[in-house]
Design a protein around this ligand. Structure first.
Ligand SMILES: *Cc1c(COP(=O)(O)O)cnc(C)c1O
Length: 426
């Protein structure tokens, strides 16, 4: 039986004394049902074990970094081999050149690469590159879209000041009129338009990019001289090995990547085209660990697997099996369950569930059956999952719907969820 056990409770108590709020970021206490474990001890393939030893089929994949399976044999072997000969050194190794070559060969719009550690490094570097390129200030981005946790884009503004977010105009994703209005408002000061590959905001249904919106972003950048940035940090390598918007025929100037690029090892990258190369050479960006060679070796191996195996078809087949199975079981139990987004990165939200009460209860029931799902954030499939894993999750789902139907939503989400949901829908 999964669920926060004794060891987890004890660790939470100790954490409360030495970690502000008990935990920071997306695992902050109170953002998930109370019986969700906060601490984990190990992982392999598609599974992770919580601190109390419960084995869970993990549909969060570390919030994205796990693509090819936890503890992947050849990826981790490449990491370890490089670590043993040299990792963080006075300068980079040849791996940085090899990896930049591999990425620029793989991603159509890309002619150059700058490596960093976190997705936020890459999106912030995109902002700086665009401002250096245009010598203008204003950027447009979609309301509710996540681009990281730096002061210019962090979703919760405590500790930031208005000027951190100055010179930004928000538009609505897929809404061409609001995009055009934002561009008009920017006047002759537009530096960049930021876009997510598809709408993957928390708390609301995901949405595919409207090709007309993507094309309009491209046209408006071309007309004004601004740069188009696609933030691939979450979706990169999951839908295609090229930039996601190449699926709808639109090439950005800059794209930010991270999360699964090195299958769990710390690495992110900003890719750009020749147009933006001069600006990218002029900005000063660095970090103590940005030349780290072992994650680059892991990324080279990850990309090799991506090139040489039909992993995308496998993810698509698993995701389709999950979505179709889940929709059938939800409607058989009489629930409206919206499964949105690409099948490889699904989000499940119940109809008539304004404060996520049903979602919390159903997720809790899933957890008790050994399946880790998320009640309000998009999830991820990994290639280590099998059809049998999906079928096991579907059995758990059927039982969880039955409990929810019989008992109603017994779990109350914390009060702040209603606020967060409302702010996500704003
Ligand atoms: C996670 C994420 C980021 C930030 O990446 P970090 O590695 O957490 O800094 C930026 N953009 C998107 C779309 C993300 O999902």
């Amino acid at each position: 039986m999964a669920g926060a056990g004794q060891k987890d409770r004890a660790l939470r108590e100790r954490a409360a004394a030495v970690i502000p709020g008990g935990m920071f970021g997306h695992q902050a206490t109170g953002m998930l049902p109370d019986d969700y474990p906060q601490f984990f001890s190990r992982a392999k393939g598609a599974h992770l074990w919580d601190a109390d030893g419960n084995r869970l089929l993990d549909f969060m994949c570390a919030y994205g970094p796990n693509l090819m399976g936890y503890g992947h044999e050849t990826i981790d072997a490449a990491y370890i081999a490089q670590m043993q000969v040299g990792d963080t050194l006075t300068g980079p190794t040849e791996k940085i050149v090899e990896l930049a070559e591999a990425l620029t060969a793989m991603v159509t719009h890309a002619d150059w690469a700058i490596f960093c550690k976190n997705g936020t490094d890459a999106t912030t570097m995109a902002l700086v590159t665009a401002r250096a390129h245009t010598r203008r200030k204003t950027v447009i981005r979609a309301r509710g879209a996540y681009h990281g946790a730096a002061p210019w884009c962090v979703p919760r503004p405590a500790g930031t000041i208005d000027t951190d977010r100055a010179h930004q105009i928000l538009c609505d994703y897929n809404d061409i009129a609001s995009l055009e209005a934002a561009v008009a408002e920017a006047g002759d000061d537009l530096a960049a338009i930021f876009a997510a590959p598809f709408r993957h905001d928390a708390f609301i249904d995901q949405a595919a990019p409207d090709p007309a919106y993507a094309r309009r972003c491209r046209e408006l950048c071309d007309q004004t001289g601004a740069l188009l940035v696609v933030d691939e940090v979450r979706a990169g390598l999951r839908l295609t090995t090229d930039c996601s918007w190449s699926l709808i025929g639109v090439q950005p100037d800059l794209s930010s990547w991270g999360k699964c690029l090195a299958n769990g090892h710390p690495l992110s990258v900003l890719l750009g085209n020749d147009k933006s190369r001069k600006a990218a050479s002029a900005i000063y960006v660095t970090g103590s660990f940005w030349y780290q060679a072992a994650p680059m070796a892991a990324a080279l191996e990850t990309l090799k697997i991506a090139r040489e195996t039909p992993y995308l078809a496998h993810l698509d087949a698993l995701g389709t099996r999950l979505r179709e199975g889940l929709e059938a079981r939800a409607s058989a139990a009489g629930f409206g369950l919206r499964c949105t987004g690409p099948v490889q990165m699904p989000l499940f939200l119940f109809d008539d569930d304004p404060d996520l009460r049903k979602g919390f209860c159903w997720s809790s029931q899933m957890l008790a059956r050994g399946v880790y799902v998320h009640p309000w954030h998009n999830m991820f499939l990994c290639t280590a999952m099998t059809e049998a894993d999906i079928d096991m999750a579907l059995d758990a789902a059927e039982q969880s719907f039955a409990v929810l139907k019989r008992e109603g939503p017994t779990l109350e989400p914390v009060a702040k969820m209603a606020f967060l949901v409302a702010s996500g829908q704003r």
